[in-house]
Design a protein around this ligand. Structure first.
Ligand SMILES: NC(=O)c1ccc[n+]([C@@H]2O[C@H](COP(=O)([O-])OP(=O)(O)OC[C@H]3O[C@@H](n4cnc5c(N)ncnc54)[C@H](OP(=O)(O)O)[C@@H]3O)[C@@H](O)[C@H]2O)c1
Length: 369
């Protein structure tokens, strides 16, 4: 595989001469940390209205430390980085902290920390009596615990995992300001906020420039099987300059077409005890019509259903980077091959039609009233 060498005035590809493997030529990289160039090196986008640039596909770690062991995690991270990916999404609760720990173990040994944009989250709690804790005290302690597990002194984007109705929003948001002001987080975001919650939080943060950290991103489920964010969240995000990071962009795996005709691949989430309920909501007739349309489009374009579904969500207005999940490096490689694909407009329109969410008064169309 050709390797990239960064030289003044540009970068060159081609077989890397052995003499170039020294640190002096490949600046700062030990030779095992030189990124190869694949045919389509991943494009980057700004995260919302900030200066931070992230790869237009992110890597999720929801299953790390539980279903994904250290070997698969290492393969996934290396595959992602070699393809030009930098945005890695995790959370303090994934695998009860194991996902962050695993990522921390892999950074630097396998992939340079400086090449990654680490996004983590806080605010979800395992406590059965309190699912969400947006108090300033809990959030800042959770961030310190995340940094310890990750083995780094800062995360690049720190997200509130959920809206906490029991804590004043100003208190919750102040934790973001403190995290950014102290350098423990470079940028701040939210996740799981509905439209008015996002608009209120983003507007509050914009009201005191210089002392409050503007929201860079919001993470919400978004795919051809789940377009609810188009009602209120996306308009709010576009208006306030917050970038959307769609989670579960492959419809939790269903948009790959693997479950068509009631199939249950033995190694899939549907066949697994603890993840079956996660895919179940997208196995009804409505979803199956959408998956059929995606498969038809894929056949017509001679690509895969996964590529069609991922290219569609990646290129929706307001989207910065879908965060994909993958069980192993082969799955990830298949997902990352979407880099070479842009869907023709007529295919996008057909997919929009077949999956369109119902917009009702008063969020959108008033014309029929
Ligand atoms: N903020 C939040 O509250 C929140 C919530 C959920 C997720 N997230 C984030 O979003 C990330 C992605 O979520 P997700 O895992 O549900 O996303 P997804 O990308 O929609 O689904 C991933 C699943 O799709 C299947 N898949 C992927 N590539 C495939 C391929 N090439 N061939 C066949 N199947 C393939 C695999 O299922 P099988 O394992 O069945 O093969 C994989 O586990 C998470 O890791 C997490 O970082 C955030």
């Amino acid at each position: 595989m050709p390797l990239a060498v960064f030289v003044p005035g540009g970068h060159r590809t081609g077989p890397l001469p052995a003499r170039c493997l020294g640190k002096s030529v490949v600046r700062g990289y030990p030779h095992h940390q030189v990124r190869p160039v694949i045919s389509a090196f991943m494009e980057q986008r700004h995260l919302g209205r900030t200066g931070l640039r992230v790869s237009r596909i992110g890597l999720g770690t929801l299953t790390w430390g539980r279903d994904t062991d250290e070997h698969d995690a290492a393969d996934l991270l290396r595959t992602f980085w070699e393809a030009g990916g930098n945005l890695v999404d995790t959370a303090d609760v994934y695998g009860d902290g194991e996902a962050e720990y695993l990522l921390g173990q892999l950074m630097d040994g396998l992939v340079p920390r400086r090449d990654l944009v680490i996004s983590t989250k806080a605010g979800s709690v395992a406590d059965p009596d309190r699912r969400v804790d947006g108090s300033r005290g809990h959030l800042l302690s959770a961030l310190d615990a995340s940094l310890a597990r990750l083995g780094t002194d800062h995360v690049d984007v720190w997200h509130l995992h959920s809206y906490d109705p029991a804590t004043p929003l100003e208190e919750t948001l102040q934790a973001l300001d403190i995290a950014v002001a102290s350098g423990r987080a470079r940028y701040a975001g939210v996740a799981g906020f509905c439209g008015w919650q996002l608009a209120r939080a983003a507007t509050w943060q914009l009201a005191a420039p210089g002392s409050r950290a503007r929201l860079a991103s919001t993470q919400m489920e978004y795919s051809l099987l789940q377009r609810g964010v188009e009602r209120e969240v996306l308009p709010a995000a576009l208006d306030t300059g917050v970038g959307l990071l769609p989670s579960s962009p492959l419809g939790r795996g269903v948009l790959t077409g693997k479950y068509r005709g009631d199939a249950v691949p033995p190694d899939s989430r549907r066949a697994s005890g603890h993840m079956a309920a996660f895919v179940e909501p997208y196995l009804d007739d409505t979803a199956s019509r959408i998956v059929d349309a995606v498969t038809t489009a894929a056949d017509g374009l001679a690509v895969t259903a996964l590529q069609v579904a991922l290219a569609w969500v990646r290129d929706r207005p307001g989207v910065t980077a879908p965060v994909v999940g993958a069980r192993n490096a082969q799955q990830l490689t298949a997902a990352l091959s979407v880099e070479a694909l842009t869907l023709p407009d007529e295919i996008c329109r057909a997919l929009d039609d077949v999956s369109a969410p119902v917009h009702r008064y008063p969020d959108h169309d008033w014309s029929t009233l």
